[in-house]
Design a protein around this ligand. Sequence first.
Ligand code: NDP
Length: 335
Amino acid sequence: MVKARKYVVKKHFQGLPKRDDYELVEYELPPLKDGEILVKAEWVSVDPYLRAYNLRNPVPYDQFGFQVGLVQESKNPNYPAGRRVVSHKGWCDYCIINESQVNIFNVYLLPDMQGLPNELGVGAIGMPGATAYFGLLELCQPKEGETVVVSGAAGAVGTLVGQIAKIKGCRVIGFAGSDDKVAFLEKELGFDKAINYKTADINEALKEAAPKGVDCYFDNVGGQISSIIISQMNEFGRVAVCGSISTYNEDPKQMPKATILQPSLNLKQITVEGFLVHRWSAKEKWPQAFADLIKWIKSGQIKVKSHVTEGFENIFDAFVGMLAGENTGKAVVKI
Ligand code: NDP
């Protein structure tokens, strides 16, 4: 019998999560049945969408959240013992996976990382990588010489969006929440301009950084900053609405107000499209993104950074830290 631990959310809550909102449960896993595998988690991801889901319903953390794990025992020839899998089994240290019972995100073998660290399986060569790749390239369709703006620029998705846009020959402007993040984006990642949204006059700073206007906006944060950015877009601009982290800890019944967008959208004929990354199937389409991302990382065109927290018992702190902006790059927990 294998003893496993998992986090469960006790109730629907508001504001920044508190430790008391979660419970660490210990339990014994049953013996494997045919088709099942026993997986030991090695890297667990803490992602903003886990907070967003709880705005509507308590998140079943034992079923949601990405992890890279080692197959310890297998009764499924597609996932032999000793191989690594990426799954959506959430904040648990051991789990049993039955391929036919997975949720919207399939379980799949960790791609051949070609020497890159395995934690990227929940980062640039995982769900956030696919999000940046498809959201930018399919929805914004950036063209050489255009100006691309990304908010939440120093995080898992934002760092990749900005660097992919640079590869496509665009001028890239990022918004992030500290001077250190701004310096990282400009000096390490090659953004043309980064702006601290907490201290700058966003309207003036963007006018200066994008004198010819904005063609593409990859929106990770929502709210008033997005209204300001969209008001400076050019005709036929494209907006990919990836997330709205500025609202995830707000009371859904008292959401903050932001400037009305319709005049800009209408007069400038701007396209705004929201998306969820599972639109592009994890098993069929994501590998296409991973092949390009691995190539770009290995060639040095994309730099990746992980913000690593050690220890299963620290997952909660890593999650809250990420929501508070402690991470530069992808927030992950090493188990
Ligand atoms: P990040 O690595 O970017 O981490 C979250 C960051 O959000 C923090 O570091 C913080 O950076 C920033 N943040 C926190 N509060 C606020 C706020 N009030 N206003 C502005 N920024 C804030 O996370 P991800 O890259 O994983 O996710 C980025 C966005 O993409 C999220 O909105 C997420 O929900 C979304 N997403 C959507 C997917 C989809 O399928 N559509 C899939 C994956 C992610 P700072 O210091 O700059 O404030």
